[in-house]
Design a protein around this ligand. Structure first.
Ligand SMILES: O=C(O)[C@@H](O)C(=O)COP(=O)(O)O
Ligand SMILES: [Zn+2]
Length: 210
């Protein structure tokens, strides 16, 4: 895809998420790898419902602002993931309701906040590690994500929200939406006797793709 097509794709997917309630106000940010090696990111403070393709931010791998509006304050953590996972070509960060609710719970398993009970969580995400709470924009979020980037496709920032990767922006958005639905189910089922997938069932799903 050309840079122009990728710009339009970001605007369209962001608006779709906004209209379906996955993003509200100015929360969240998106990025993707451009064909020339730079990165396209949402401007800081922008609403997913009102992005302008021509004003999206372009940054390089060192975080230098190349063009467009001032980039998201979280570009450092986006770049930390790109640097450490060559399979990641796009990133979605949301404050979506159910994942953010989950991120506020005490006593989460920090290796995997959602114990698998549906195949698509295993196929799309695998495991959801929890990053200890840091204020939004804190450069230490990038350090924490850099340590885990090559081993996971998604992360849960404690008391904040999810960070989800993909092979392209469509894949990252699909992963984020399915992860949000999984968190919704997990909270709906809280306190009920869940039949979790067995280790054998999880192993059978791993490596089969989506
Ligand atoms: O939670 C925050 O403040 C950021 O992580 C966020 O979601 C929006 O920040 P910008 O991308 O700088 O608008
Ligand atoms: Zn945020």
């Amino acid at each position: 895809m050309t840079e122009q097509q990728l710009r339009e794709q970001m605007v369209t997917l962001a608006r779709s998420m906004f209209e379906r309630g996955y993003a509200t106000g100015g929360a969240g940010n998106l990025s993707l790898k451009l064909p020339n090696g730079h990165f396209l990111a949402t401007p800081t403070g922008s609403s997913f419902g009102r992005l302008d393709a021509e004003r999206l931010s372009v940054i390089d791998i060192d975080g230098n602002h190349i063009s467009g509006d001032r980039p998201s304050k979280e570009v450092a953590f986006h770049l930390a993931i790109y640097r450490n996972n060559s399979e990641c070509n796009a990133i979605v960060h949301l404050h979506s309701t159910y994942l953010t609710a989950l991120s506020c719970l005490e006593g989460l398993d920090t290796d995997n906040a959602i114990k698998p009970f549906t195949p698509y969580f295993v196929m799309r995400i695998g495991k959801l590690p929890v990053i200890p709470y840091l204020r939004p924009g804190d450069p230490r979020i990038a350090e924490e994500l850099a340590k885990r980037a090559k081993d996971y496709r998604a992360f849960l920032l404690a008391n904040h929200g999810p960070v989800v990767t993909g092979s392209d922006l469509i894949d990252a958005v699909d992963n984020a939406e399915e992860l949000e639905e999984t968190a919704k189910l997990a909270l709906m089922l809280d306190g009920k006797p869940i039949r979790y997938l067995s280790e054998e069932e999880i192993t059978d799903l791993q490596g089969r793709g989506k």
